[in-house]
Write a protein that binds this ligand. Structure first.
Ligand code: SAM
Length: 243
């Protein structure tokens, strides 16, 4: 059995998805408030930036992968109008349900579908834009997920990957202190779960850096990939054009 990372641990590949499911089952109901607290609201600015770069138009067909509570889904749905479609998807039912309830409360009735990014249940070329925000890091076979996202995009369509990345060297010590000392305590205090937030800090360290992810996207079928560093590389937005 091949092995993979779950944070700093090495686990059998077939165990990772269940471990990740455990994390998001545990945090789903406190996910949004924790996002605001642990990023001091910055995740809103990172997502707003991604939405601005996405520049979706009326009538566009958009797939939000690992969409969770649906921040990007909602922003895209407000832009595609009644002729377009935004599909809200996640592998985790608890996260998807939180998101769907929030979308409905905001007057948006969209298709919400449980699905694994590594096996997307859509035809080739179905979408103009695919987004995955803070999701890729958790996937077992990232190359397979990227290839699936390329497959469901039309030629010339774009993939947006918003994800934690490698922070600029002068900030590393402070960022490590915050990630490993503060974040798990915040998780314990607000969500009653220090472990899931320790996993978050570890999984960020194990995720491919900006240049490696760009290479992976090119190998998956994206002819051109732009990288936008946000907050000194705490987060990066990769934008790939499907060739
Ligand atoms: N996109 C949302 C956001 O930006 O706030 C949610 C991000 S949350 C940190 C990561 C999400 O990735 C979780 O909801 C989790 O269930 C989902 N996920 C993990 N592995 C996945 C997979 N293989 N396929 C689809 N979703 C996955």
């Amino acid at each position: 059995m091949a092995r993979t990372h779950f944070g700093f641990q090495t686990v059998d590949e077939d165990q990772k998805a269940a471990r990740v499911r455990g994390v998001f089952d545990s945090v789903a109901s406190r996910y949004d408030v924790m996002n605001d607290l642990m990023s001091a609201g910055l995740h809103r600015a990172w997502k707003a930036y991604a939405v601005a770069v996405a520049d979706v138009r009326e009538g566009d067909r958009v797939l939000d992968v690992a969409a969770g509570t649906g921040d990007l889904t909602r922003a895209f749905a407000q832009r595609v109008g009644s002729r377009g479609v935004v599909v809200h998807t996640d592998i985790n039912e608890a996260m998807l349900r939180e998101g769907r309830d929030r979308l409905v409360d905001q007057g948006l009735a969209l298709p919400s579908t449980v699905c694994d990014a590594e096996h997307l249940p859509f035809r080739d070329g179905s979408f103009d834009l695919v987004s995955v925000s803070f999701g890729l890091r958790n996937m077992t076979h990232k190359e397979r997920a990227l290839a699936e996202m390329a497959r469901v995009l039309r030629h010339g369509g774009r993939l947006l990957v918003l994800e934690f990345s490698q922070v600029a060297p002068p900030l590393r010590a402070a960022y490590d202190w915050y990630s490993f000392k503060v974040l798990p305590r915040l998780g314990q205090w607000v969500a009653g779960d220090a472990e899931s937030y320790r996993y978050l800090a570890e999984s960020i360290r194990m995720h491919p850096d900006q240049a490696t992810l760009k290479t992976m996207m090119k190998a998956a079928g994206f002819g051109h990939v732009d990288v936008h560093n946000l907050t000194a590389g705490v987060v990066a937005l990769h934008v790939g054009v499907r060739c």
